[in-house]
Design a protein around this ligand. Structure first.
Ligand code: ADP
Ligand code: MG
Length: 277
């Protein structure tokens, strides 16, 4: 597998009059091209700082970050790096710039100096990819939270990023909106081959990731497949993150002496309980 992003022993501190705050404390990490990675961690664990290091918005105080082989410290390449690694934020309302959806989507590629005809194609493709083409001439302001966030994703997609990072982009949404955004992101990964990094504190959003990276105090506490991660109950409890409900119940059953495997999803758990009869 090819590495699209490589982080090598990166450190980053915020400096202010009150002193320095170490936000990223020696992180090394590879992101494979085409993979789906989830960063999990409670508030203040360094997720957003790491995300900004990955797209060159911040550069490490020490250590290095390479995007497609290019060091983010190379100033002449920062523009290219930022268009390769698109970042979607938490609040969709802060990410809208135009009063008509298609103009909003066209804004990014216009700034990149893309020719008009190609912009039209990109807007079309991006709106289809998030399932919002029917709304192209509408105003974004009347949309639901989930729809607004899909528009924000389309705006980033129109710049043809290789990597899409969503920084808690579902946390302000209702369950329906969350579901819409997650399904959109999964399809972008599976069907368009876009490398996805989803940042969340919802454990259940990590269940079908290729790689889960759990951050704690600016360091990687554990990383692996969802199954490997959720098997490390003590480490998870250290991060104050909650286990998926199915995993929690399987641990309880195991504790009571029932012979069930550790399940991460409800259906799996129900099946293993049924087999006990
Ligand atoms: P997360 O996204 O996991 O909540 P952050 O990367 O935002 O974590 O923050 C990591 C640490 O850095 C926290 O202690 C936070 O308070 C601090 N921090 C984040 N942004 C700034 C900033 N702009 N100035 C000073 N400290 C910051
Ligand atoms: Mg954050």
């Amino acid at each position: 597998m090819e590495k699209i992003i490589e982080v090598k022993n990166a450190f980053y501190s915020y400096k202010s009059e009150d002193g320095t705050l170490d936000a990223v404390n020696g992180i090394s990490l590879d992101i494979e091209r085409g993979s789906f990675t989830v960063f999990l961690g409670h508030n203040g664990s360094g997720k957003s700082t790491l995300a900004k290091l990955l797209n060159g918005f911040l550069v490490p105080d020490s250590g290095d970050v390479f995007v497609d082989g290019v060091n983010t410290k190379v100033e002449e390449r920062v523009f290219e790096i930022r268009s390769k690694v698109g970042l979607v934020f938490q609040n969709p309302d802060n990410q809208m710039v135009a009063s008509i959806i298609e103009d909003d989507i066209a804004f990014g590629p216009e700034n990149l100096g893309i020719p008009r005809e190609e912009i039209v194609e990109r807007v079309d493709w991006a709106l289809n990819a998030v399932g919002m083409n029917a709304y192209r001439t509408h105003t974004p302001f009347k949309l639901s939270g989930g729809q607004k966030q899909r528009i924000a994703i389309a705006g980033i997609l129109a710049m043809k990023p290789t990597v899409l990072i969503l920084d808690e982009s579902t946390s302000m949404l209702d369950p329906q909106g969350r579901k819409e955004v997650l399904e959109t992101v999964r399809a972008l990964n599976k069907e368009q081959g876009i490398t996805v990094i989803l940042i969340t504190h919802y454990m259940d959003e990590a269940l079908d990731a290729d790689n889960v990276v759990v951050l704690h105090e600016g360091k990687i506490l554990i990383q692996g497949t969802p199954r490997e991660i959720f098997a490390k109950k003590e480490l998870i409890s250290k991060t104050k993150l909650e286990l998926p409900v199915a995993a929690y119940i399987s641990y309880r059953l195991l504790g009571e002496g029932y012979d069930v495997p550790l399940s991460l999803i409800d259906d799996e758990l129900v099946e293993s309980i049924c087999r006990l009869r």
